[in-house]
Ligand binder design. Structure first.
Ligand code: ADP
Ligand code: MG
Ligand code: MG
Length: 210
């Protein structure tokens, strides 16, 4: 498939860092209403660690940029810390070392990330987790690639699917993570992890869109 911009790693991670930092309070509110309330703190801690990693590592390649984000999440507690950490570790491995991945390689890496999150988190689609927005985003991306869409359009499809699916988590009951402890109380509240994952896909779209 078509090449992605040279600055993908830098634009993706810089943009995502800004987006997640800006959304931390709102994401924390969702976890307060439907979980144990620590997700906002976890996001803020991850972004603080990411800032430190980016300063220390001075990444130059896509893999280094995304690895800095992975290492940051791996340093955070909660369920989301290790799961996002492993997700970004697989996303960092997209394509060849030292090169920007193609769109198809990015889709494969997103799928590898989904698999590792499901391996350790044991969530299925519909359990009201980050998987709920990630799975349809990958499906939409693959469909767009198959149809020969331009990268920006394909990622826009993926983002739309992720946002729509994240919104739809309000209708489901949590079966994983701390939110599962409150059961039906989580009904009507968007899952913060699914919302955060939609922001990840959105940041990738923005990095390709220019
Ligand atoms: P915790 O639930 O341990 O307090 P966080 O508040 O850091 O963890 O993160 C909550 C988010 O993590 C949820 O919104 C959900 O999307 C995601 N999550 C929780 N458990 C799982 C799981 N087993 N698999 C996938 N995602 C999960
Ligand atoms: Mg929580
Ligand atoms: Mg917790």
């Amino acid at each position: 498939t078509q090449p992605l911009p040279e600055g993908l790693g830098s634009d993706f991670i810089t943009g995502l860092h800004a987006t997640l930092s800006g959304a931390a309070d709102a994401l924390g509110d969702l976890d307060r209403r439907a979980g144990d309330g620590d997700f906002g703190t976890n996001v803020r801690t991850a972004m603080k660690l990411a800032t430190g990693n980016l300063e220390a590592d001075a990444p130059t390649t896509y893999r280094q940029w995304v690895s800095a984000m992975s290492m940051a999440w791996l340093g955070v507690g909660g369920t989301s810390g290790p799961l996002f950490g492993m997700f970004f570790r697989d996303l960092a491995k997209a394509g060849e070392e030292g090169a920007v991945p193609t769109l198809a390689q990015l889709a494969d890496a997103l799928a590898a990330g989904q698999a590792v999150v499901q391996k350790y988190g044991e969530a299925e689609v519909g359990d009201k987790t980050m998987i709920d927005s990630l799975a349809p985003a990958i499906a939409a991306l693959r469909e767009a690639i198959e149809a020969g869409a331009e990268p920006a359009a394909a990622l826009a499809d993926a983002e739309r699917a992720a946002v729509e699916a994240a919104r739809a988590t309000a209708d489901s009951t949590a079966r994983r993570g701390r939110a599962s402890y409150v059961g039906e109380v989580s009904k009507g509240v968007i899952d913060p992890g699914a919302a955060a994952m939609a922001l990840v896909i959105g940041a990738a779209r923005a990095a390709v869109d220019g």
